[in-house]
Design a binder for this molecule. Sequence first.
Ligand code: NAP
Length: 292
Amino acid sequence: MRKLIVTGSGGQLGRAVKRQLDGRYDLIRTDVAADDEIRRLDITDIDAVTSFAKEEKPYAIINCAAYTAVDAQETDVDNSYRINAIGARNLAIAAEETGAKLVHISTDYVFAGDKQTPYTEFDAPGPISIYGKTKLAGENFVKEFSRAHFILRTAWLYGEGKNFVRTMLRLAESHDQLGIVDDQIGNPTSAQELARAIDYLLGTDNYGLFHATCEGVCSWADFAEEIFRLAGRKVEIERLSSEEYAARNPAAAPRPHFSHLEKMMFRLTGGFAMCDWHDAIVRYLESGVTAG
Ligand SMILES: NC(=O)c1ccc[n+]([C@@H]2O[C@H](COP(=O)([O-])OP(=O)(O)OC[C@H]3O[C@@H](n4cnc5c(N)ncnc54)[C@H](OP(=O)(O)O)[C@@H]3O)[C@@H](O)[C@H]2O)c1
């Protein structure tokens, strides 16, 4: 069986990747903290990363590790670059040295969000947050140091872990009314759908940069409304502008107003399709997800 090193294995995508690929690949699951099933691998440590890869000689490395707390990174800049940029660089060097493919995950937040039409892979990035800047630096390192790479930009991800959907379910337990941003538009995406896209690309030599989100867009307020409707929760939504939200939450990082990602590369290179966000959220809620 082909061997895969999965980093950040305890995170949302890391868990979805296990569900998607376990049994068909030999998964070496790693994370910054070890447990019974997961080995310790800190992606910021170049020596640890390259010697781990040389020892395991994987078919591919799937990088699910990242610093994802967007607001915290505005004041934790070095750690943000260390994990999202240097971590990606280290894995790219290790992949190149061992002849492995590299799957790396990036974000819609590499864009400024001031466009009126969907962003394709051929549009110029222009990040407005530290997270967006460090993820873009990670993309660039991956392109610079590894030839056999797939970079998948995803957005508004939810799976097994901390995410917007579980936060809404938790807040619905104690609130009749919630103020939610209504002027940021994006593609809510299930981690399981993203894992399916990784599965598809892994078996190909279809390298490059791909937008990989569920189909369709909405605002955070629309997304919350659909979550409450499907979960049978009665919560009145106060639709806020980003400025109104920031006035109530001063630590919030700037986020793109419009980050609709068009999956042009999938369209041009074989037509892999990801499901509609409405269908994905129904499936997710039916899977028995709890408030969190
Ligand atoms: N979540 C979103 O809404 C979203 C949106 C767009 C793109 N993405 C991208 O999608 C990918 C997966 O995100 P996710 O939501 O699955 O993230 P996640 O749930 O936060 O998981 C990230 C994992 O990486 C681990 N990690 C942190 N620092 C590490 C290090 N130095 N070495 C090794 N592992 C480390 C984390 O461990 P600890 O928990 O112990 O820190 C965690 O297990 C990331 O590249 C992210 O940038 C996410």
